[in-house]
Ligand binder design. Structure first.
Ligand SMILES: Cc1cc2nc3c(=O)[nH]c(=O)nc-3n(C[C@H](O)[C@H](O)[C@H](O)COP(=O)(O)OP(=O)(O)OC[C@H]3O[C@@H](n4cnc5c(N)ncnc54)[C@H](O)[C@@H]3O)c2cc1C
Length: 397
C-alpha cells in the first residue's frame, strides 16, 4: 500500500504534541494545515482506510449559497482555497466550478431564495436570483412548470472527494506527520497534561492535545470521558448513474424536497435526496446499508424535475453518515472540563466543503492562538446554556 495514503505499519511515536483521531477530511485537513505552519509533531490515527467515513461517501458539492452570513463568508474562503489547492497538494482534485442552481417550488422556499440573494449581495457572493425560464436556460432539461424562482452562483462547484482526502494525507506525510490507518482508538486516559490514547492493537500514544475528528463516531470517543454532546449520526443515501455525455454544468438542488444532482467529470449523475422521516441511529453500529425506499423516493422526484432522466441506469448506490448538530453549527474547540481534548465534529452535511477553511482556522488557533468569529460560534461550551435555535436554513438533508 502506498504510504502517501497512510499505512497500517507507520510507526506510532510514543509521544506527540497533537494526536488526531479520525482520518477523514477534517483530521487530514487539520494535519496538513498544522504541518504547513511548522507543527510537525502530529499523528493521525484512523480506524480503517482513509476514505472509509463520510469523507469518502459524499457528493463533493461546495457552495457559497447559505442562509447565514458567517457560513457564506466561510465558504467564500473555502472556495478561494480550493482554487489553489490542487497545486498546493500536487494532486488533481477534479474541482469544477459549474455553479449551484437552487430551485424553489413553494412560496416559503421562494422567499428563502429572495432573502439569500440579498444577503449574498451584502456579503459579496455573486449569487443571482433567476426566473424559471432563466433557470431553464442554464439547465435546459429542467421542467420549469412547478418552479417559482431559482438562485445561481457560478463560483460554486464540485470536487472528487477521494483525491482531496489523499492529497491532504500525502502532503502532511511529506512534512513529517504520521498517518496510521487500520488502528482504532479504544480509550483515552487523562494525564496531568493531555491524554494517553489506547489503540485496539495495544499500542499507546501520549499527546499534549488530542483532536476528536471522528465525525459521526465522535460521541463514541466522548462517552469514554463521560461527555455527551447533542450531535447525532444520521444515515444518508446517494447514488451514481451510468456515464452520460456532459450535459449538466451546475449542481442542482430542489429546496423543497432536498433533491440534489450534479454530473461528475466522468459523466455520471451523482444524486441524493433527504428522507426526513428516516430513523436516526439508536445504537452505535452506524449500519451503512442502502434502501429500496431511497431509490423510489429519489426516482419520483428526479424524473418529475428532469423528465430526461426517466431511462437513466443506476450503477451504484451507497450510504454515509451525517454528523448532525442540533443547531446546524459545527462543534469545534476545547471540551468543557477537558481543555486538551479538542472537538472537530458536528459538521452535519457540509463538512467536506467547509474543511479547507475550517481546518486552516483551527490550525491557526492551535499553533498561534489566533481567534476567529466562527470558532466562537462553534464553541462546544454553547450547549451548557439554553438551547440555541437553528440559524442556518440551507442545510440539505
Ligand atoms: C451521502 C452524503 C453526502 C454528502 N454530501 C456532501 C456535500 O456535497 N458537500 C459537503 O461538504 N459535505 C457533504 N457531506 C458531509 C461530509 O461528507 C462530512 O461532513 C465530512 O466528510 C465529515 O468529515 P469528517 O472528517 O468529520 O468525518 P469522516 O470522514 O466520517 O471521518 C471520521 C473518521 O474517523 C474514523 N474513526 C471513527 N472512530 C474512530 C476510532 N475510535 N479510532 C480511530 N478512527 C476512528 C472513521 O473511520 C472515519 O474515517 C455528505 C455526507 C454524506 C453521508
Amino acid at each position: 500500500m502506498s504510504t502517501s495514503m497512510g499505512s497500517p505499519r507507520a510507526p506510532l511515536p510514543e509521544r506527540v504534541d497533537i494526536a488526531i483521531i479520525g482520518g477523514g477530511i477534517m483530521g487530514l485537513g487539520l494535519a496538513h494545515n498544522l504541518a504547513a505552519l511548522g507543527q510537525r509533531s502530529v499523528a493521525v490515527i484512523e480506524r480503517s482506510y482513509l476514505v472509509s467515513g463520510a469523507s469518502g461517501r459524499n457528493g463533493g458539492g461546495l457552495r457559497m449559497q447559505w442562509g447565514d452570513a458567517g457560513n457564506v463568508a466561510l465558504m467564500m474562503e473555502s472556495i478561494e482555497i480550493c482554487r489553489g489547492l490542487a497545486q498546493e497538494l500536487g494532486i488533481n482534485l477534479w474541482f469544477r466550478q459549474g455553479g449551484y442552481l437552487f430551485v424553489a417550488r413553494s412560496e416559503a422556499s421562494e422567499a428563502r431564495l429572495h432573502r439569500n440573494a440579498e444577503l449574498h449581495r451584502e456579503v459579496g457572493a455573486p449569487t443571482r436570483l433567476l426566473s424559471p425560464t432563466e433557470a431553464q436556460a442554464i439547465v435546459p432539461h429542467l421542467d420549469p412548470g412547478p418552479i417559482r424562482a431559482a438562485t445561481y452562483n457560478p463560483e460554486d462547484g464540485v470536487v472528487f472527494p477521494w483525491p482531496f482526502v489523499w492529497g491532504y494525507a500525502a502532503r502532511a506525510i511529506d512534512r513529517g506527520v504520521v498517518v496510521r490507518t487500520h488502528t482504532e482508538i479504544v480509550d483515552l486516559l487523562p494525564e496531568a497534561r493531555g491524554f494517553t490514547l489506547v489503540c485496539a492493537s495495544g499500542e499507546r500514544v501520549s499527546a499534549e492535545r488530542v483532536v476528536n475528528a471522528t465525525g459521526a463516531w465522535s460521541n463514541q470517543i466522548n462517552r469514554r470521558l463521560g461527555i455527551d454532546f447533542p450531535n447525532r449520526p444520521h444515515r444518508h443515501e446517494i447514488l451514481s448513474s451510468e456515464p452520460l455525455r456532459p450535459f449538466l454544468d451546475p449542481l442542482v438542488v430542489d429546496l423543497d424536497s432536498g433533491l440534489y444532482f450534479s454530473q461528475s467529470t466522468r459523466g455520471e449523475l451523482v444524486t441524493g435526496i433527504s428522507l426526513p422521516d428516516v430513523d436516526g441511529y439508536d445504537d452505535d453500529s452506524l449500519a451503512l446499508h442502502s434502501s429500496l425506499r431511497f431509490l423510489a423516493v429519489l426516482a419520483a422526484r428526479l424524473t418529475a424535475l428532469m423528465p430526461i432522466t426517466r431511462s437513466l441506469k443506476v450503477l451504484r448506490q451507497w450510504t454515509g453518515p451525517y454528523d448532525v448538530s442540533p443547531d446546524g453549527d459545527a462543534i469545534v474547540g476545547p471540551t468543557p472540563g477537558h481543555p486538551d481534548l479538542i472537538q472537530l465534529c458536528g459538521f452535519t452535511g457540509h463538512g467536506f466543503m467547509m474543511a479547507p477553511a475550517a481546518t486552516r482556522l483551527v490550525a491557526r488557533w492551535l499553533v498561534r492562538g489566533e481567534a476567529h468569529p466562527m470558532l466562537q460560534r462553534w464553541d462546544p461550551a454553547r450547549f451548557k446554556g439554553a438551547p440555541t435555535s437553528r440559524r442556518e436554513d440551507m442545510i440539505i438533508g
